[in-house]
Design a protein around this ligand. Structure first.
Ligand SMILES: Cc1cc2nc3c(=O)[nH]c(=O)nc-3n(C[C@H](O)[C@H](O)[C@H](O)COP(=O)(O)OP(=O)(O)OC[C@H]3O[C@@H](n4cnc5c(N)ncnc54)[C@H](O)[C@@H]3O)c2cc1C
Length: 371
């Protein structure tokens, strides 16, 4: 075989897996269609290190988020990656929302995540400019500079003699004796093929297409593109908030409500909302006509916000296996021997908390690999 292990996709998850595996294997390749890492979902997200509050107990999302956040904080400190364990407030702005706060705290405790109930005076001490009748404070939530994180992962992979091939798109995968033949299309529009004993599909939004190429065409692995748009809070109002502020979430967890995130540069943004795209097109436009909806949603807990204080910013697309209206789906991470594809590991539906969990996902995949 030309390669022992091939990882498709250089997003934060593919890179984390490559870093982990290249530490003990010197024949690891990452294939990425873009000219550099993290050009898709990994650079179009909220950059929040999630605590693991909402995921169903026993799910991979709950387990990997909890493990992942500790690993990620340690990793950032070790490599001096900008990170801020600023904490997050989940705010109730109506009597109905106050009633569900206790339930969120209990569910979160089942996952081993402690939240503190805060009354109005405690909230005012933390965030004097917001409105809330009651809130939950999550002390382990934070933010990270995802670009610096991915850059460090890339450096470590290369230092460990892992190879990253940019500008090459996987267009075909054929099962052969002892592995797979992978066909690539490079930037000069030339096709070439190589063989690999193991394949790890970490292709984000098109991971279902990669799985299909290898002959696994299962409806439950189909991805629906689910867009999330953001608006930015213009200066000087951005300075009125210093931590993450979230509303009480929707019941089916398609998203966790238009919230306020801060970034490492002191920027403040509102979002993301939830819009399932009709077909799986890469549509990163932000619809300016949504300004009113964003403003009204945020105004409930940011009373100082005026309509003109926000402007359209950016959008990201969630790779969901959960169809519109369905209950939350878990990450799908599977070694596919049972589908007739030994040595093929699929990672599908790697939406949030995928960035938070990238290092624990890497450990999980490492344990799936049979040397
Ligand atoms: C709006 C939004 C907000 C989010 N907020 C958070 C958050 O606050 N915290 C959190 O933990 N998570 C968050 N997430 C989720 C997080 O961003 C993802 O879980 C994570 O980035 C997924 O990483 P990935 O490597 O799987 O995918 P990607 O970053 O999409 O990487 C996949 C890579 O595969 C490449 N690729 C695809 N097909 C091919 C091919 N055929 N050949 C070669 N290369 C290919 C792509 O070019 C891409 O670079 C959010 C997501 C969205 C959309």
């Amino acid at each position: 075989m030309d390669a022992e292990i091939t990882i498709i996709g250089a997003g934060v998850i593919g890179l984390a897996i490559a870093e982990k595996i290249s530490g003990s294997n010197n024949n690891v390749f990452v294939i990425e269609k873009h000219p550099t890492f993290g050009q898709e979902t990994s650079s179009r997200n909220s950059e929040v290190i999630h605590a693991g509050i909402y995921y169903p107990k026993g799910s991979l999302k709950a387990q990997l988020c909890l493990e992942g956040k500790s690993l990620l904080y340690d990793y950032c400190r070790k490599y001096e990656i900008p990170v801020n364990n600023c904490g997050k407030l989940i705010v109730a702005t109506s009597r109905e929302e106050v009633a569900v706060i206790e339930g969120i705290k209990n569910n979160s405790a089942l996952n081993g995540v402690d939240l503190e109930i805060m009354e109005q005076d405690q909230i005012a001490a933390l965030e004097p400019n917001i409105f809330a009748l009651k809130a939950l404070f999550s002390p382990t939530t934070g933010i990270v500079d995802t670009h610096s994180l991915m850059k460090r992962l890339e450096i470590n992979i290369l230092n460990q003699r892992g190879q990253i091939v940019y500008g090459s798109e996987v267009t075909g995968i054929k099962k052969i004796d002892g592995g797979y033949e992978i066909t690539l299309l490079d930037t000069d529009k030339k096709n070439y093929s190589f063989t690999s004993s193991l394949v790890i599909n970490s292709a984000g939004l098109t991971s279902d297409k990669i799985s299909e190429m290898a002959g696994m065409n299962d409806e439950k692995l189909k991805i629906s593109f689910c867009k999330g748009e953001y608006f930015r809070v213009k200066p000087p109002k951005n300075r009125l908030i210093s931590r993450l502020v979230y509303p009480v979430p929707h019941t089916n967890m398609e998203g966790i409500g238009i919230h306020v995130t801060i970034d490492m540069g002191g920027g403040v943004k509102l979002g993301p909302d939830v819009t399932y795209l009709e077909s799986n097109v890469y549509d990163y436009r932000v619809d300016p006509s949504k300004q009113e909806t964003f403003w009204k949603s945020a105004k409930k807990f940011l009373p100082f916000l005026e309509y003109d204080d926000i402007i359209p910013e950016m959008a990201g697309i969630r790779p969901k296996t959960q169809k519109k209206g369905e209950p939350i789906h878990d990450f799908y991470i599977m070694e596919e021997s049972s589908r007739g594809n030994p040595g093929f590991i699929n990672l599908i539906g790697m939406e949030s908390p995928g960035m938070t969990s990238c290092l624990s996902i890497a450990n999980y995949v490492y344990r799936l690999i049979k040397y």
